[in-house]
Ligand binder design. Sequence first.
Ligand code: ZN
Length: 251
Amino acid sequence: MSGSENIKKLYEKIRQAKHCTALTGAGVSTLSGIRDFRGKNGLYSEMDAEKVFDISYFEKDPSLYYEVSSSLIYDADEKAPSVVHNVLAELEKRGFLKALITQNIDLLHSKAGSVNVIEIHGSPKYHYCLSCSGIRMPFEEAAVVVRRGEMPRCPKCARVLKPAITFFGEALPAAALREAVSESQESDLMLILGTSLTVYPAASMPQYTLRQGGEIVIVNNMSTPMDDMASLHFEDLSEVFEGLKNLMEAD
Ligand code: ZN
């Protein structure tokens, strides 16, 4: 069967599913020119990404995070959503995609127009004070400060605010995780996009779907431990989503 026939098959699966969800990882971001800076081959592997995103280091000296991430995260509004982000948002709009679980912290799914986005590694969509409860600064406001070369500060105590990204040494956001698990259990179809399924707990989400009798489809340019369990398997995200885009436009 040719690639395009399999993409048609995938589109039919998505249309017929009762509860289709997607799980996205770094491979989806890299299409928008965002490098997998936390991954093994990431931009900052040499200069110790663990330090940049380490909570105890941040508590001592938040300037490293803001210096390193200023172009990566706070200029992210210059990065455009890719065809994958856009098609996923359109699928949700048409009622075919119920939820999107992401490991990415670049806000591109929301920017593309996706609404039900579950960010299991957090995101910089707001910044909060580690000392005062209830202080929240939205991304846009913090980004203006960071682009000026300064750090966003708490209006009450002046402490440097921390983005709501999950740092090393912090627990993953419990509410998002609960939601992700329940969406995964409810899924009769899960699209696994641009993730190698090696990082937990993201890697356990498809297992919840399979255990409840749902099926999984994998699109990733590297093999994953669950390839044998996928009812369809593709390597090229752009090819698959350009194909889906054409099929949707013809509908
Ligand atoms: Zn404060």
